[in-house]
Design a protein around this ligand. Structure first.
Ligand SMILES: O=P(O)(O)OC[C@H]1O[C@](O)(CO)[C@@H](O)[C@@H]1O
Length: 522
């Protein structure tokens, strides 16, 4: 079959959504879709049960309800429907009051800036949407983020808020309410408010789960407002609950259009007719391209600057959902699909060299956006605009990769708008769910992230022991090994901690010819 005929055969377009999907450049044989029909029907059934409120996250014994956020009437109980709707109303109401000045900064001025403090799913969606849809200088409020526990990163963001803290609203977002990085950001921001002579509690809002530590603090300190985060919404699928909607509404973005876009793609991706279901087609392409075992990585290449952060957002959505040691039967499978990417054509001048000529261990997801900009474009050459070049580079790169048997899919969108961002989010949430069914894993838990958190706790405990040992040694210089022995700690960790303390002036290091003979004292 010619590539044009194959393109026509496998081109999916939904004119009402403005969404197209080209899967023709994944080299699956013509009988592949039929051979997986039973498996994808099972995925549809799993998804149907999930949407009806089944315990689809068995390890945590939780329902998985992110699809109800944009269709509250589909939630399994009236109480849940009401809670979703009333939370949405209170988000809109809160944002309107902040914009009008009915809720204002303690000095009496309107709030002008938003500082979001969160990490992982409590930051990636809001950051993606902020960058995709924001119009700096025009937005109702400027939104910035603390998404780490890096002191210098915190100072950088505080620097951008310099002179604006008095009118900054800080939203602390944490589903669990116990995430260390977020707690640290909360304390660092509070210290910055205090240093500026401001009462931070009059600037703080919480988005968190009922009964969490964060909620308790917000209640005790009487923060301005609290919004719920439900246990049936996972962090990586939380963009369309208060986590993402509150910052977006404050920024002045059309959150209803985002919800409507997600609701519209949900309707389409509930179809049990595979050829009419773009999420099913994509999940099947992931399966084919990766052999159902993550054999290839997913390179996400949007040809649109506004979608720059989509690959980071997808990285968590896909890798935290699919990267699992065990399948649902407890068998070791070490599943997952690695995701990375940035944007085209920028990446053509970076890593695309390897994509075409190096190891063939990936498939590309191109995202094409038809609308170049609002308004007319300059001709950079007679009859040619910068946008023509952007499309040329996308089509050229796609062909250059195909020539070398590098697989790709393309998603085409009419524009980057609140509605199409909702469509993208909804589309990929469902692809991940279908793919998880195809490979038989729980997409909705993340047991693997606990190990690192636990180990970090051990490092903090060891640091405190070392502080005490250095103090009681009253200035006596000691090697890392000697100090490790004295506190019963791991010598390598001790060495690393001491080097960090020395670099920050908290201990005195006396270097030696052999680095491990260096000594440290209080
Ligand atoms: O919203 P929380 O509870 O602070 O969690 C932040 C992120 O941390 C994780 O739990 C992983 O550690 C993610 O799943 C989550 O999005």
């Amino acid at each position: 079959m010619s590539s044009w005929n194959r393109f026509k055969k496998y081109y999916y377009q939904n004119a009402a959504l403005g969404l197209s999907l080209d899967i023709s450049r994944i080299p699956f044989p013509d009988d592949f879709l039929a051979s997986k029909e039973g498996a994808i029907q099972k995925a549809f059934a799993d998804m149907g049960a999930l949407e009806k409120g089944a315990i689809s996250n068995p390890d945590e014994q939780r329902m998985v309800g992110h699809y109800w956020l944009r269709a509250p009437q589909l939630a399994p109980t009236k109480d849940l429907s009401n809670e979703i709707s009333s939370t949405l109303n209170s988000i809109k109401d809160f944002a309107a009051k902040v914009h009008s000045g009915a809720i204002k900064a303690p000095g009496g001025a309107k709030f002008t800036h938003v500082l979001v403090i969160g990490i992982g799913g409590s930051a990636l969606g809001p950051q993606f949407v902020n960058h995709a849809l924001g119009q700096p200088g025009i937005d109702k409020m400027a939104v910035t983020f603390f998404d780490n526990t890096d002191p210098d990163g915190i100072d950088y963001v505080l620097g951008t808020l310099s002179g604006h803290l008095a009118t900054t609203l800080a939203i602390v977002i944490s589903k669990s309410g116990g995430t260390a990085e977020t707690r640290n950001g909360q304390l660092e921001a509070a210290a910055a408010f205090k240093a500026a002579g401001l009462d931070y509690t009059k600037h703080y809002v919480a988005v968190t789960g009922a009964g969490s530590k964060l909620e308790q603090t917000a209640i005790k300190e009487n923060w301005i407002a609290r919004f719920p985060m439900w246990d049936w919404v996972g962090g990586r699928t939380s963009e369309l609950c208060a986590v993402g909607l509150l910052p977006a509404a404050l920024q002045g973005l059309d959150i209803q259009a985002m919800l409507d876009g997600a609701a519209a793609i949900d309707v389409v991706t509930r179809s049990t007719k595979t050829s009419e279901n773009p999420a099913a087609l994509l999940a099947l392409m992931w399966y084919y391209a990766t052999n159902g075992v993550g054999a290839k990585d997913m390179v996400v290449l949007p040809y649109k600057d506004r979608l720059l952060l989509f690959s980071r957002y997808l990285q968590q959505l896909v890798m935290e959902s699919l990267g699992k040691e065990l399948d649902l039967n407890g068998k070791v499978v070490n599943q997952g699909i690695a995701v990375y990417g940035n944007k085209g054509s920028t990446d053509q001048h970076a890593y695309v060299q390897q994509l075409r000529e190096g190891v063939n261990n990936f498939f590309v997801t191109f995202i094409e956006v038809l609308k170049d900009r609002s308004g007319k474009s300059l001709e950079v050459e007679p009859g040619i605009t910068a946008g023509d070049y952007l499309q040329g580079f996308y089509l050229g790169t796609r062909d250059a990769l195909s020539e070398k048997d590098r697989s790709s899919v393309t998603i085409t969108l009419p524009d980057v708008s609140a509605r199409t961002i909702g469509i993208l989010i909804g589309l990929y949430e469902r692809v991940v769910g279908f793919y998880a069914s195809l490979v038989g894993i729980n997409a909705y838990h993340q047991p693997g992230v606990e190990a690192g958190k636990k180990a970090a706790g051990g490092v903090i405990a060891l640091k405190l022991k070392l502080d005490a040992a250095l103090k009681s040694a009253a200035g006596k210089p000691q090697t890392a090994e000697a100090l490790a022995t004295s506190v019963g700690g791991n010598p390598e960790l001790t060495f690393k901690i001491l080097e960090h303390l020395a670099a920050n002036g908290s201990v005195k290091k006396t270097p030696a010819a052999n680095v491990f003979d260096s000594t440290y004292s209080a």
